[in-house]
Design a protein around this ligand. Structure first.
Ligand code: ZN
Ligand code: ZN
Length: 219
């Protein structure tokens, strides 16, 4: 077993899509302890916290792939209830401001803005007990979009989807940048890497390099 496969054996990933946006919140937990991470809690936050309480989990960190409301709508609640620090790339702070001042669509009334405890950058390593995960800065869908890489598992937010890519028509979006990020960062991951996207089913780097109609591989 390779180190990456051994790492995967230790993790269990549960996905919680919300009903309005189909946004995937991921609850990543260790099989050998009660430690957990929450990726992108949105409108389904109550269901995610229900699972956390039911299973007696300790949320060690809230990981945010980008600042869009479907991915951060539940962040304040998870932070309040668990005390877990919030990790996000600071280049999306502008989006949180636009959401706060009513300049972005779909923001529910009563959304309380939050501050970042851990400011992420490309290559940041975050610990999860005796494991480490790596931050990949992949701007394009938003300026501060990141992916979280755990061995051969990649939590990709709205950068790469199964046969799709994130939209770039919202403020901060940039089509050239998202294509560059996918080609030069994500497509350089091992082909077996599983991609857990912000919407829709999971896929692999290999499948997308072969079949993604928006970003064909040039290799
Ligand atoms: Zn988004
Ligand atoms: Zn989204």
């Amino acid at each position: 077993m390779t180190p990456a496969e051994a790492l995967r054996e230790k993790l269990a990933v549960a996905v919680f899509p919300d009903d309005l946006f189909g946004e995937n919140c991921y609850l990543i937990r260790r099989r050998d302890t009660t430690s957990a991470l929450v990726v992108d809690p949105g409108l389904q936050v109550e269901r995610v916290l229900g699972r956390v309480r039911q299973d007696g989990l300790t949320v060690e960190r809230i990981l945010v792939t980008h600042g869009h409301i479907d991915h951060v709508g539940g962040v304040p609640q998870v932070h309040r209830e668990t005390g877990a620090p919030i990790a996000m790339h600071p280049d999306d702070l502008a989006i949180l401001d636009w959401e706060r001042f009513g300049q972005m669509p779909f923001v529910p009334s009563g959304f309380t803005p939050f501050s970042i405890d851990t400011r992420l950058a490309h290559g940041t390593a975050l610990s999860f007990q005796d494991m480490s995960l790596r931050v990949l800065h992949t701007p394009g869908h938003t300026q501060g979009s990141v992916c979280f890489l755990f061995g051969l598992d990649c939590f990709a937010g709205d950068t790469l989807f199964q046969r799709g890519i994130g939209r770039t028509d919202l403020p901060g979006g940039d089509t050239q940048k998202i294509i560059f990020s996918i080609r030069n960062v994500l497509y350089h991951l091992p082909p077996k890497t599983v991609v857990y996207p912000g919407h829709g089913p999971s896929t692999t780097i290999e499948e997308e390099m072969l079949l993604n109609p928006f970003v064909p591989s040039d290799r």
